[in-house]
Design a protein around this ligand. Structure first.
Ligand SMILES: Nc1ncnc2c1ncn2[C@@H]1O[C@H](COP(=O)(O)OP(=O)(O)OP(=O)(O)O)[C@@H](O)[C@H]1O
Length: 699
């Protein structure tokens, strides 16, 4: 436990919301006894769906972590259904947040170098102590006004993960898809701290471009792309503004074979980091002229809401919300492997039926979105309070920035009713919410009401509701109100469309609280086959047809069983027009040409086929003729001359029959060949005629 930080929620006054994630909301807060500004992360334990004692124990570990580049917890304690984690307040927020507000195209290289170097030092420390962070990303790299950089979101989740036998048995893997290493996406292969190096490489790209690679795709697609595509990287042409050394460093991290990735320790020796500037020189200047963090958070929320309101189409709304999850970098997309398998196995089945169901589910979700957050953003008292809170900005005073409490905060803190110092749960005693204590009352309301369980297949509506923003909280409330309808919708199994938001089966955990170090999913064997078949097969039932497979399927190429060479299946060729039709049509040569070329190609291939068949027939006959024809063996001795003559003539007769059969087959094949040749000649004439006409027309 931190030395001076009490375990009593009444000693903390929650101020503005400064961040939110999958399962937690983070507040700027005052530790009243010391007047120090701190951050309080309120983790919703019901959302986490995990054992309280475990979480408490793991939170204690977070307290033991001691590194200048890692956010340390001062203390943690449980308040009703929430775990409060008290930690230093990083007043410039996360890199992701900063990029969204002021650097949508990413940071300049010198800032990136400093940020990454500090992050890498944190990883080196964690790995050295046997921890894997598992959620390295710009959203978890925090900065303060001095340019200090700290990796956040480690403690609870990571240590839980280390001990996660329970989660292991759940056969799930957790993380934020775009940042997840290929081996993490293939439970059964096992992964280690090198997974963090991959995520670190992705984070480097995120800082360079303002977003992670593949971030525009839905999770299922990201999963497939990570497994199948070449690793992402900095492009030597497109990313001209970045140095060779930066590009090289990223490439070293993003190697699919985890054993070939460098350790954090080794990577720190790379020239890119050797030349990195101290963060106070390159990072500090990033925040110059920016409003305080809580103002930025509010602006961003309003911007998100406005963007959403602009989207009219139901699908677009869903896309946008799903998209914003990525853009916000929310973690803990919790893939239930079994469910993924099941969903994937349904990919090609009942597509029409599924589509109808999707449409109705979308409609349902859309109705909720429209009627709750977008159209009526301040539908409840709670929300009204939040609006008020946001509208009345707390003036920024130097003392707050430096970690001390402003005078106004102290004045308010004298009044326990205004500071929310009552024991939690005494909602009735609270005066009407004021701007300042709105956050606190909101927390208590959340604690009291008991959240809807998030376990089970997650429908888009549930995905929409998991963030803790105003908008999505409203959605969640609507979901509870419409639970019956939602449950009905949740019974509908939906295919994991590769072009839309994935139905995440379980979105329960807060930042990876339920992740195994090695899932027992056991994808590996079948995945190994994927190069052969272009089919991502994950243990039988999980059979995902990739785009590559579609290509192969769609192509008219197939393996010839008889001749052993690739042939074109004419049944799959474009339907060709007859010469007559070609003659009669006034189609231009540009349209006819492909048809004629196809026919030409077909003819050539058929010719080849016939020739091959003929030669292989002749060979076979020569080699196996006597045995296959079951001709009687020639007599050995001269004792049975009479019968020997009989046998010889019989044999001669059979040979003659065989020869005539072969001749007949050869004749028919030759006829076919001649016919094909004639057809080919005709087609060529047609082609010449059409080209001639075309040329005449043009001249
Ligand atoms: N100590 C802090 N000081 C300032 N802001 C913070 C602090 N800790 C977290 N935040 C802000 O709150 C956001 C969410 O916090 P955090 O990532 O810990 O929550 P989470 O539920 O675990 O989220 P995630 O979805 O990333 O797992 C961060 O992205 C950051 O912007």
């Amino acid at each position: 436990m931190g030395k001076n930080y009490s375990l009593n929620s009444n000693d903390y006054k929650l101020l503005e919301e400064v961040g939110f994630g999958a399962s937690a909301t983070v507040y700027r807060a005052i530790h009243l006894p010391s007047n120090e500004v701190v951050a309080v992360k309120c983790l919703d334990l019901e959302r986490c769906n995990c054992n309280l004692d475990d979480i408490r124990r793991e939170a204690q570990t977070m307290i033991l972590i001691d590194h200048p580049n890692i956010i340390k917890a001062y203390c943690s304690f449980v308040v009703d259904c929430n775990l409060w984690v008290v930690m230093p307040f990083m007043d410039e927020g996360s890199c992701l947040h900063l990029m969204k507000i002021a650097y949508p195209e990413g940071f300049e290289e010198s800032a990136i170098g400093s940020i990454l170097k500090e992050t890498l030092k944190a990883l080196e420390y964690l790995h050295h102590h046997g921890h894997i962070h598992r959620d390295v990303k710009a959203g978890n790299i925090l900065m303060d006004h001095n340019g200090e950089v700290k990796l956040a979101d480690f403690g609870v989740s990571a240590y839980m993960f280390d001990r996660g036998d329970r989660q292991r048995s759940r056969n799930t893997f957790v993380g934020t898809p775009c940042w997840m290493a290929p081996e993490v996406l293939q439970p059964g292969t096992g992964y280690d701290f090198k997974a963090d190096i991959w995520s670190f490489g992705i984070t480097a790209l995120e800082l360079a471009h303002g977003h992670a690679p593949f971030s525009k795709y839905p999770p299922m697609k990201v999963l497939l792309m990570t497994l199948q595509n070449a690793p992402p990287g900095l492009d030597y042409d497109r990313d001209k503004r970045f140095s060779k050394s930066f590009k090289e460093m990223v490439a070293m991290c993003l190697v699919k074979d985890q054993t070939k990735r460098p350790t954090a320790e080794k990577l720190l020796k790379h020239s890119f980091f050797k030349n990195a500037k101290p963060p106070e020189l390159s990072v500090k200047k990033l925040f110059a002229d920016l409003p305080p963090l809580w103002k930025r958070v509010k602006d961003l929320q309003l911007k998100d809401a406005a963007q959403l309101a602009l989207k009219k189409m139901p699908s677009a709304e869903q896309e946008a919300i799903s998209q914003s999850e990525y853009q916000r970098g929310v973690s803990a997309w919790n893939f239930d492997v079994e469910d993924l398998k099941f969903q994937a196995s349904l990919l090609q089945e009942e597509e029409e039926e599924i589509k109808e169901e999707e449409d109705s589910a979308k409609l349902h979700v859309n109705q909720k979105v429209t009627s709750s957050s977008v159209v009526k953003p301040a539908a409840t008292d709670n929300n009204a309070s939040r609006e008020n809170l946001n509208d009345n900005e707390v003036p920024v005073v130097e003392s707050e920035i430096k970690g001390k409490v402003s005078e106004s905060d102290l004045v308010e803190s004298d009044n326990p009713s205004r500071t929310g110092l009552q024991k939690s749960g005494s909602k009735a005693e609270l005066p009407p919410p004021t701007d300042r204590d709105a956050a606190q009352s909101r927390i208590r309301t959340q604690m009291g009401k008991g959240r809807q369980s998030q376990s089970g297949p997650l429908m888009p509506g549930t995905v929409l509701s998991h963030s803790l923003s105003d908008r999505t909280r409203n959605l969640e409330r609507y979901e509870i109100e419409n639970q019956q309808l939602s449950e009905k919708a949740q019974q509908v199994r939906r295919s994991p469309s590769l072009s839309g938001p994935l139905n995440l089966p379980n979105r329960a955990s807060g930042n990876s609280l339920s992740a195994p170090i090695k899932s027992s999913g056991g994808f590996k064997d079948s995945l190994d086959d994927k190069s052969k078949t272009n089919l991502v097969q994950i243990k039988g039932r999980f059979s995902v047809t990739s785009e590559n497979v579609d290509l192969v399927k769609g192509s008219s190429l197939r393996k010839s069983a008889s001749v052993g060479s690739w042939i074109i299946d004419s049944r799959q060729m474009p339907v060709s027009q007859s010469p007559k039709e070609i003659n009669n049509s006034n189609l231009p040569a540009s349209i006819l040409m492909p048809h004629l070329q196809n026919l030409f190609q077909q003819t050539l291939i058929q010719q080849d086929l016939i020739t091959n068949l003929l030669s292989s027939l002749q060979l076979v006959e020569l080699e196996n003729g006597p045995q296959n024809g079951k001709m009687p063996p020639l007599p050995r001795g001269s004792e049975n001359n009479g019968s020997a003559e009989l046998v010889a003539s019989e044999r001669e007769r059979m040979l003659l029959v065989k020869i005539s059969e072969l001749q007949a087959r050869m004749n028919s094949l030759t006829d076919e060949l001649t016919a094909e040749r004639a057809k080919y000649m005709r087609l060529q004439q047609q082609l010449n005629a059409v080209s001639g006409r075309e040329e005449n027309g043009n001249s």
